[in-house]
Design a protein around this ligand. Structure first.
Ligand SMILES: [Zn+2]
Length: 199
């Protein structure tokens, strides 16, 4: 037996979600159709609105519904301190940790020459532009503590130091090979406080 075209299309679309395999996608689709059409319509509407309405902050490049996000717009935050991360999910992880009051800059992942991801692709020229001539005195490199994240941090440090900017790296308490967004808030706050200068 095979599914009719619209059901098939729904299952295929759900399979496109991260972590959803064929069995789960099928269960989700049938469950929505059979038991919860209202939730299905609500989901469709939420998806449509978010895909249309959420863009990127022009300054820090995190996900934002406004041209400049609330964090960049907040006058109480420290302009002298810039935290560089690999993804918007990492920004939320640091925000949830609650202790960082500086500004953010989001890269598009990490350097990966093998995948054709060079400095330009992940936004390093934009980072330099953001920093040069600004009030930023210290950059905290909070890329993931993976081999690629470390390599990316060192590459950026090499570009920032000649500009006379203090460069530090989160280290303490962040497990090697870990990903920032999955680290608990306490550990992450500790890692930021215990950052070390890149020598
Ligand atoms: Zn922003």
């Amino acid at each position: 037996m095979s599914f009719s075209p619209l059901i098939r299309q729904l299952i295929d679309a759900l399979r496109g979600l991260p972590g959803v395999g064929p069995k789960t996608a099928q269960r989700m689709a049938l469950n929505l159709l059979e038991r919860d059409r209202e939730a299905g319509r609500h989901l469709a509407h939420a998806l449509e609105s978010a895909m249309e309405g959420v863009g990127y902050c022009r300054r820090c490049r995190t996900l934002s519904e406004t041209e400049i996000c609330d964090m960049c717009d907040d006058p109480r935050r420290d302009d002298g301190l810039l935290c560089v991360l690999q993804s918007p999910a990492d920004v939320w992880a640091v925000e949830m940790a609650g202790s960082f009051r500086g500004r953010y800059f989001v890269l598009k992942g990490h350097l990966s020459p093998i995948d054709g991801l060079g400095p330009e692709e992940i936004g390093i020229p934009a980072l330099l532009e953001r920093v040069e001539g600004s009030a930023v005195a210290e950059v905290i490199l909070a890329t993931n503590p993976t081999v690629e994240g470390e390599a990316t941090a060192h590459y950026i440090a090499g570009l920032l130091k000649p500009l006379g900017i203090k460069v530090s790296r989160i280290a303490h308490g962040v497990p090697l090979g870990g990903e920032l967004e999955f680290i608990d808030g306490g550990t992450l706050a500790h890692a930021l406080a215990g950052r070390t200068a890149i020598g």
